[in-house]
Design a protein around this ligand. Sequence first.
Ligand code: CP3
Length: 351
Amino acid sequence: MGDLSAAPLLVRALRGEPVERTPVWFMRQAGRSLPEYKEVRKQGSLLEICHRPELAAEVTLQPVRRHGVDAAILFSDIVTPLDAIGFGVEVKAGVGPVVADPIRSHADLARLRDFEPDEDMPALRKTIELIVAELGPQGIPLIGFAGAPFTLASYLVEGGPSKQQSLTKAMMLADPELFEALLRRLSAIAVASLRTQVDAGAQVVQVFDSWIGTLSRDQYRRFVLPVMTDLFTELKDLGVPRTIFGVGTGHLLDLLAETGADCVGIDWRIDLRDARALVPDRCTLQGNLDPSVMLAPQSVIETEVRRVLDSAPDQGHVFNLGHGVLPETPPEVPGEIVRLVREHTAKKSLA
Ligand code: CP3
């Protein structure tokens, strides 16, 4: 346990300050890969758990206890706020979010009303308060998160998961005005959710734009960057580090930084040295072990963890995966990686 008056290790690293060792956590560290999650899950669906503070807090804390990670991430989903405003979304295990009545026209936008967390989903604040009461004394921060407008729009327009987001991109190109209006509504929902999460005690926020990598640079600049820049501006006064993450974004990294985010999540396809050259120095980097490595033998894991650490900048790096923990990951592996990262980076003395 460190000096409790100081900001948590993760927060200091995200600010780009020199740190005593590299912090480590894993996207999707809670949930599917943990037997103790599957046990809790017997009590209700994913969305039902999100509305029950004791259960949601318990599931959030499970990976902290088991793996010893340097942060918790709120147990929720990117579509939880849409469910809470009664939009009509279901999260199917093994599939993902499914929408029975997709968005196809201006008239459909009216169904996306504002999200008022304390009224629509009182469990959000309550869950965070329970988590922070437990983690605060340990100096471990909670990461709040939301889905980014483009990635959420892709589920709402396609009606479910899709490989290429073709209907979404067709709408973007054919009716940019409708598309922007859709993104702006989703941005307002994300901002409302994140502001409440920080108000309730989250010390870091991450915006998941998982499927943004399907856009070209030109498309990102024209159709998404203005909305994302406003989104990050609206979070600035919260005073917490703000991370943007997407998959397959090697060609977009400088533009992701242009949103104003403080940290850019890097997937496994690009070397962190190349990422560092593309992302301005004011941004820190998070990533980027290939999640498949967690399924490999111990010797391979050690080599690959070392490879990521060797490619990482000396300052301003948070160790993570390049995408989420895979459901088939053996539950003891993330904890082993935490220990490896600690061993290999603890040498970074501040003296
Ligand atoms: O694991 C965690 O960190 C817990 C919280 C969390 C969930 N979803 C719970 C969940 C987080 C951070 C998310 C984010 C999320 N959800 C993203 C962004 C991150 C990413 O992986 O790219 C996206 C795109 C979604 C949408 C979504 N929800 C998908 C693609 C799936 C996968 C379907 C599956 O089962 O593999 C879900 C379902 C989901 N979200 C589950 C959990 C624990 C599993 C299903 C269940 O338990 O019912």
